[in-house]
Ligand binder design. Structure first.
Ligand code: C5J
Length: 222
């Protein structure tokens, strides 16, 4: 067993052999200029800033033999898995499926839907394409985790309060222990990130724990 003594709201014990790191949606469409995130009016620079930290976390997880699973939010080219309610909401400068500088926005197989090159999955690592915010909805994620004997999930990626938090909550309802790596996740809205961290660990870890990449490294080294 490994222990993160300084995790919040209290020490987090986990078995590395039954733990996976899930890296949520570190895609060009959310992180690079010209993608979906920017089309929605967001400043993408805070998300770009965490890429080296996420890389370090992934390297730590791989080095300790943890399963590393990547997700991508994207849709079929015919948009059959994109409800009109999702596509038409708001007033973005470009909608899901429209042409953009990185291909059709948030469409599977287009350059923008790819994970940023610095975090490219290794051959053999699972990549889950998901049409929703939560990575369990309409995907094989549960079967993958059950097959690997995973009971504990470490979360990183973007955005903290949307796809990361939704997936953590889905994981809770399916019986997983969950910890969010606070310096390896980011939001377009700093106040939403801090509120999410607080609500996750409130009420005795009602959704889960938080800890830093360094604390995880120390726990896995120890
Ligand atoms: C969003 C995500 N923000 N990956 N997706 O729409 O959080």
């Amino acid at each position: 067993m490994a222990r993160i003594a300084n995790a919040l709201p209290y020490a987090f014990d986990f078995d590395p052999a039954r733990t996976a790191l899930i890296v949520i949606d570190m895609q060009r469409d959310f992180i690079e200029n010209g993608g979906f995130g920017e089309a929605l009016g967001n400043d993408v620079r805070p998300l770009q800033a965490i890429v080296p930290r996420v890389a370090r976390l992934i390297e730590t997880a791989r080095g300790a033999g943890l399963a590393v699973i990547h997700t991508r939010e994207c849709h079929a080219p015919d948009l059959s898995d994109c409800p009109p309610a999702k596509r038409l909401r708001g007033k973005p400068s470009a909608r899901i499926g429209d042409d953009g500088p990185m291909g059709r926005i948030l469409i599977a197989g287009e350059p923008g839907a790819d994970i940023v090159p610095e975090l490219r999955p290794l051959p053999g690592e699972t990549v889950i394409d998901k049409p929703g915010k939560g990575a369990f909805y309409a995907t094989p994620l549960m079967e993958v985790l059950t097959g690997l004997g995973i009971t504990t999930l470490l979360f990183a990626g973007v955005t903290t309060e949307v796809c990361v938090q939704t997936t953590m909550r889905e994981a809770n309802d399916r019986g997983f222990e969950a910890l969010l790596v606070e310096d390896a996740t980011e939001s377009y809205f700093p106040e939403f990130k801090s509120a999410t961290l607080a609500m996750i660990r409130a009420q005795g870890a009602i959704v889960g724990w938080t800890a830093t990449t360094d604390e995880i490294r120390t726990a896995l080294d120890g």
